[in-house]
Design a binder for this molecule. Structure first.
Ligand SMILES: C[S@@+](CC[C@H](N)C(=O)[O-])C[C@H]1O[C@@H](n2cnc3c(N)ncnc32)[C@H](O)[C@@H]1O
Length: 207
């Protein structure tokens, strides 16, 4: 082998080592990126599947529900399944009430926090990524809810622990076997559909 061939074989060997390093580093970088990204996605996924999909209460229905709930300054208002937090945010803006929203979907929970900040009520409204069936509502003065009938009915034993005179205002779906104190219907300007609002006062009365 001549000097020229020797030099070329050295160059090839060095190139091979360099490529091994480049491929190795690229692999490490890809693995790190995938792990970091997987973490983001996991944080966006609910800890368990919510029991119903998100449908927001139209804004004019939100205002009517708040009115019917007779919210006073400082009242603790809870929304089990709060979605983007619109009921609690509107209540806090209008009546300076305190709000706690429970929402399993982390994206919606984050959106609710962001809207609360934008509307200047972040200090009044807290959003927790909790299952509504594991929560204690006994300190709440008002419940604002938009849940499927079986969901709101499942919450009756928890609502029965609320102080006398507390209000539960439910959009479209009532609690089974509980007599409402008031039933109001309205056509929303947002969707042109009739909405029903059920108002209950504790102690709850069997139908
Ligand atoms: C019909 S939306 C109502 C949203 C909001 N309250 C409103 O009126 O605009 C019901 C919400 O409940 C949430 N949800 C369903 N099951 C839940 C559970 N077990 N715990 C917490 N949130 C739940 C859904 O992710 C959805 O955002």
């Amino acid at each position: 082998m001549g000097l020229r061939d020797l030099l070329w074989s050295e160059v090839f060997a060095m190139r091979k080592v360099a490529w091994t390093w480049i491929i190795g580093l690229a692999g490490l970088l890809a693995a790190w990126f995938a792990m970091a990204h997987a973490g983001d996605e996991a944080a966006q996924r609910p800890v368990r599947t919510p029991d119903c999909v998100y449908v927001g209460t139209p804004q004019d229905v939100v205002y009517r529900m708040i009115e019917l709930a007779e919210i006073r300054k400082g009242d603790l208002v809870c929304d089990p399944g709060c979605g983007d937090g619109r009921l609690l945010i509107a209540a806090a803006r209008r009546h300076q009430s305190r709000g706690i929203g429970y929402e399993l979907d982390p994206k919606l929970a984050e959106e609710a926090r962001q809207i609360a900040r934008q509307r200047g009520v972040a200090e009044f409204v807290r959003i927790e990524e909790e299952d509504i069936f594991t929560v204690d509502y006994s300190e709440a003065d008002v419940i604002l809810a938009y849940l499927l009938p079986e969901m709101i009915t499942r919450l009756v034993p928890a609502f029965e622990k609320m102080k006398p005179g507390s209000r539960i205002v439910a959009h479209d779906y009532p609690m089974a076997n509980i007599a409402p104190d008031q039933v109001v219907t309205m056509i929303s300007n947002e969707d042109n559909v009739e909405h029903t609002i059920y108002v209950y006062r504790t102690p709850l009365k069997p139908e």
